[in-house]
Design a protein around this ligand. Structure first.
Ligand code: OFO
Length: 172
């Protein structure tokens, strides 16, 4: 049986992952509004990934007979001052999620819950990728600045994102 303290922390992480999906859904709309279709497509895939992350936590807790308590999801902001500001916010958010996962991992270790530590290993690796993806895009956005040509090419590149294996929910 999962210890109550871990259950509470895992429930909080489900909320964090669902908020991530909400935040990126807001960014889909923002990018659509300013006609950056590639960025919007990239973010649509990210929304699916975040839903899959929440689902992984959900199913793991079910498999451990843990009590799942779903709390209200906060509303994200819906506008950013520039595409760069939106990508910077995405990167900052992923750094925050990495901290959440690391804290969760430390708690599982303190509570001597090796199954949860093993479950979290996937997320530890995933966060390396999540941070790297968004920080690469921030760097590229800074390179093109407001040059329409560069922004157009970068947006075309973002449109090439396909649903990754990580986005495939295992048991929706
Ligand atoms: Fe779930 O990794 Fe992004 O937030």
């Amino acid at each position: 049986m999962m210890k109550p303290e871990i259950q509470t922390a895992m429930n909080a992480q489900i909320n964090e992952e669902l908020f991530s999906a909400y935040l990126y859904a807001a960014m889909v709309n923002y990018f659509e509004e300013i006609n950056l279709k590639g960025a919007a497509k990239w973010m649509r895939i990210q929304v699916q990934e975040e839903m899959a992350h929440a689902h992984k936590f959900f199913e793991y807790m079910v498999s451990r007979n843990a009590k799942i308590i779903l709390k209200a999801i906060n509303g994200p902001k819906s506008d950013w001052k520039s595409p760069l500001a939106a990508w910077e916010a995405a990167y900052k958010h992923e750094c925050h999620i990495t901290e959440c996962i690391n804290r969760l991992y430390a708690k599982a270790s303190d509570m001597k819950d090796p199954a949860t530590m093993q479950f979290l290993d996937w997320f530890v690796n995933e966060q390396v990728e999540e941070e790297s993806n968004t920080s690469d895009i921030v760097a590229q956005m800074k390179m093109v600045k407001d040059a329409p040509g560069g922004l157009f090419l970068l947006d075309r590149e973002l449109a090439a994102r396909t649903t990754g294996a990580a986005a495939a929910p295992e048991a929706v």
